[in-house]
Ligand binder design. Structure first.
Ligand code: ADP
Ligand code: MG
Length: 142
C-alpha cells in the first residue's frame, strides 16, 4: 500500500495528476473519504492534467460527468445521492465499468455492483492534513 500526505489543494491536484498516468481503460477507482476529504479535488487534478481547460465540477447533482481523455473515456461519479445500488444501471455506470475508467466517490452506494478488482483511494483526515492511501495499484490487485 502506498501512502501520500498532500499538504494543500495544489498538492492534492498534483497527486491526482500523477495517478492518472497509472490508469488504463477498464479501471474502476473507488474514492473513499468523508465529506470535504478531497475526493473531487483529486479527480479534478487527474482530468485537468490532460485537459487543463476543463472546470471539472463536483458531480453532486448530476451523479456522473464524462470526459473524453486521449487514452480513454473517464466517468467521474458522486454516488452520495444514490438511493439504491440498482440506480447505477440508470446512470450508465454498470455498462461503463470494465470498459471506461470510472472514478467513483461514495462507492459504498454501489453495494454488490462495485467490482472486486477496483483500485481503492482512501483519504483520511489526520490533524490539519490528509493521508491518501492507495490499494490495488502496483500489481493492480487489491
Ligand atoms: P470531497 O469531494 O471529498 O467532499 P473536495 O475535493 O470537494 O472534497 O475538497 C473539499 C475542500 O478541501 C476543498 O476546498 C479543497 O480545496 C480542500 N482540499 C482538498 N485537498 C486538500 C488537502 N490535501 N489539504 C487541504 N485542503 C484540501
Ligand atoms: Mg466530492
Amino acid at each position: 500500500m502506498d501512502q501520500f500526505t498532500p499538504q494543500n489543494e495544489a498538492e492534492m491536484l498534483a497527486l491526482g495528476a500523477r495517478l492518472g498516468g497509472a490508469l488504463e481503460a477498464g479501471d474502476t477507482v473507488a474514492l473513499i473519504g468523508d465529506l470535504g476529504a478531497g475526493k473531487t479535488t483529486l479527480a479534478r487534478g487527474l482530468v485537468q492534467a490532460v485537459l487543463p481547460q476543463e472546470v471539472v465540477p463536483s458531480p453532486t447533482y448530476t451523479l456522473v460527468q464524462a470526459y473524453d481523455l486521449p487514452e480513454f473515456t473517464l466517468l467521474h461519479c458522486d454516488l452520495y445521492r444514490l438511493e439504491h445500488p440498482d440506480e447505477a444501471y440508470e446512470i450508465g455506470l454498470i455498462d461503463a465499468m470494465g470498459e471506461d475508467v470510472c472514478l467513483i466517490e461514495w462507492p459504498d452506494r454501489l453495494g454488490p455492483h462495485l467490482p472486486q478488482d477496483a483500485m481503492i483511494i482512501d483519504i483520511k483526515f489526520e490533524g490539519d492534513g490528509r493521508v491518501v492511501s492507495l490499494r490495488g495499484w502496483g500489481n493492480r490487485h487489491v
